[in-house]
Design a protein around this ligand. Sequence first.
Ligand code: COA
Length: 246
Amino acid sequence: MVDTYPAHVVHVLTVRQNDPDVRAALDRCRSLLSAEERAREARLHFEADRERYVIGRALTRLLLSRFLGGDPRDWRFVTNAHGRPELAVSGEGPPPLGFNVSHTSGMVACAVAATREVGVDVECVDRPLAHDIADRFFAPREIADLRALPASDQPRAFFDYWTLKEAYIKARGMGLALPLARFAFRLAPGRTPTIAFEADVEDIAESWQFFQAWPTELHRLAVAVRRPPEGEVDVRLDGWTPRVDA
Ligand SMILES: CC(C)(COP(=O)(O)OP(=O)(O)OC[C@H]1O[C@@H](n2cnc3c(N)ncnc32)[C@H](O)[C@@H]1OP(=O)(O)O)[C@@H](O)C(=O)NCCC(=O)NCCS
């Protein structure tokens, strides 16, 4: 447990769904969930989705207890108007920690930060995609930059844009109420991604920091976080091994 979670640190934990240790810990992970969460799990149609949901909720609970203390079973959550889960707090003021979860085929990721304005997205790049997704969702400048790349680089670059765009809207907590084409990422090799907004988007590009990683060769991950007033954020990415006390 830390006394005060540092404003300049984002912890990002990734879990490989097919890790044998993770599979062996699924029942113990499930035991951490609330009745409401278990009911939601039961409503998911596919077993793989149920597993990722359980892992995501257990990972969130374990991380919150790691940094704030207390029993992982005791955390209560509320959802904002766009479905984003947040830590429930009694009384005034923001929650002591912000978090965000993402799941995709084979992986779950959870980011924890001192701010609620943190978002994570992880995508499995080894899957068929409709050929027109970029044209439908990306900003015109992003589409132009993507199409200017050699054809062989475009599939992976597509996931760079996708994960960054999702991480940003998840950090804002607004879901698709914030249209994906109203902001554009600029990507260049060896440079940190930058964002630009259309005039009708109320936000400050310079206040955001972005982070990208390949937690496995098939998984692209992006994090978006609003910088604290005192400057840069240190994003600490790690794999997670289950240690769920019975
Ligand atoms: C719901 C949404 C926030 C993320 O959806 P997603 O990328 O399919 O799913 P992810 O696994 O990354 O994230 C889901 C998790 O985000 C969290 N979440 C839900 N609503 C959220 C919101 N409004 N803001 C932030 N996080 C949210 C939840 O923890 C959820 O996990 P849970 O259901 O286990 O509780 C939203 O961005 C969305 O629907 N996106 C559509 C994706 C798309 O069409 N993209 C086009 C290409 S760019």
